[in-house]
Ligand binder design. Structure first.
Ligand SMILES: NC(=O)c1ccc[n+]([C@@H]2O[C@H](COP(=O)([O-])OP(=O)(O)OC[C@H]3O[C@@H](n4cnc5c(N)ncnc54)[C@H](O)[C@@H]3O)[C@@H](O)[C@H]2O)c1
Ligand SMILES: [Fe+2]
Length: 381
């Protein structure tokens, strides 16, 4: 059995850690560019962290202009802002959009490489600037992945995948996630569950370390997501969600995602459906589609989430698929494409786009054609 496994070298998991961010990052940088979005600033989430940077004598620049599914032009503006500040390090503070933007800034701030030149696998030349990431959603796991997802100028979701995108440090403070509104808690938490499931069934790079992480992640996430939605201030549930999302991130960084993500991306590009919600919409149909082929693995995951079936593996797999759909429904997220503005006539275009995302589809346990994509979208219209 051959495999390799990478993750970030240092993880600080400490509720309240953001308030001592200055002390944590000062050995690594003196003039950081702090990267976030308006929602995070308006929720007052970053105030304590900025104060602590000041108290530690750090001369920071705040870039607060990140947009969801970060568009290339916003990323370029952020790189320019960091250069103008003469930043010697980057702090990504927010959801996946802010962290993904921060990762790319750290790679490009000191080079002449363009953003377009690093789209794809292992295209980043040279070392990056020091990079510290703090998630405020319990979802993407971007704080521990080597991936950044950017929306290109021609509206394609482009992955930048390179070892330089592993941060120097991830700081996980569950208190930062308590202000997420219910629909964001739900969607980002479902995204994390999809990471765990797709890593566990990943066709090419499935490995024992990712498996162990994915199982523990799915156990934590499935047991806490509904409670985190219903009791948003319960910090224990928030910690379990944040830990689960990070473990799932470590799993899928080494055993990549598959068809749920491939089908979700066009919904984000064409209809600005948030990433987690797009995944949630496509989860049940893809699980049903994969169920026969992936039944032995789905049966194992059914045991992990306590789906409760003790029959043969096909029955246990079906219970797993049903239980996942039940958990998603209980969070209150939408379950049909028509609820997010998608109409029948665009489905062929969505299917055409999804079928092109070979880097994800090749990891799916069952081969997926363009016709399959169309059938899967139609099923949840
Ligand atoms: N790099 C990776 O490994 C990876 C993996 C999966 C997804 N992604 C990408 O990450 C992005 C999605 O990230 P996301 O789901 O975390 O959402 P996001 O970063 O786009 O944030 C969603 C919204 O939630 C708000 N928000 C974030 N934290 C909050 C908090 N604690 N309280 C209140 N509001 C808060 C933000 O302001 C924003 O309006 C997509 O671009 C997706 O493609 C990256
Ligand atoms: Fe995702």
């Amino acid at each position: 059995m051959n495999f390799s496994f990478d993750t970030v070298p240092q993880i600080v998991f400490e509720t309240g850690a953001a308030a001592r961010l200055g002390e944590i990052v000062s050995p690594r940088m003196k003039r950081p560019c702090v990267v976030t979005d308006r929602g995070v600033i308006e929720a007052g989430l970053i105030d304590d962290a900025l104060q602590s940077l000041e108290a530690a004598g750090l001369d920071y620049h705040l870039f607060g202009g990140v947009e969801a599914d970060p568009p290339a032009k916003v990323v370029r503006a952020a790189i320019e802002a960091a250069r103008e500040h003469n930043a010697d390090g980057v702090i990504g503070f927010g959801g996946g959009s802010s962290m993904d933007t921060a990762k790319v800034i750290a790679c490009l701030i000191n080079t002449s490489q363009s953003l377009e030149e690093i789209y794809g696998m292992d295209r980043v030349a040279g070392a990056r600037a020091p990079l510290v990431l703090l998630p405020t959603t319990a979802g993407t796991g971007s704080e521990v992945t080597n991936i950044s997802v950017i929306t290109s100028d021609d509206d394609q979701k482009m992955g930048v995948v390179a070892s330089q995108l592993y941060a120097d440090m991830a700081v996980l403070d569950a208190a930062l996630t308590a202000s997420m509104p219910r629909h964001v808690t739900a969607a980002t938490g479902i995204d994390a569950m999809v990471h765990a499931i797709e890593a566990y069934t990943s066709k090419i790079k499935k490995n024992p370390l990712s498996d162990a992480l994915a199982r523990q992640a799915l156990k934590l996430l499935s047991a806490n997501i509904i409670h985190a939605c219903e009791a948003p201030d319960d910090i224990k549930a928030r910690e379990n969600m944040l830990l689960g999302a990070m473990l799932a991130g470590q799993a899928f960084a080494n055993a990549p995602c598959a068809a749920v993500h491939a089908l979700a991306y066009p919904l984000g590009v064409h209809f600005h459906v948030p990433h987690g919600l797009a995944n949630s919409l496509m989860l049940a149909p893809v699980l049903r589609f994969n169920c026969k082929v992936a039944a032995p693995l789905y049966a194992e995951l059914g045991d992990v989430i306590g789906a409760g079936d003790t029959g043969d593996f096909q029955m246990r797999a079906e219970s797993f698929v049903a239980k996942m759909a039940e958990i998603c429904a209980a969070t209150g997220v939408q379950s049909r494409l028509c609820e997010v503005g998608v109409s029948h006539n665009v489905l062929p275009k969505l299917a055409e786009d999804a079928a092109k995302i070979e880097r994800l589809l090749k990891n799916n346990p069952r081969p997926v054609t363009q016709d399959d994509c169309l059938a899967l979208y139609t099923e949840v219209l």
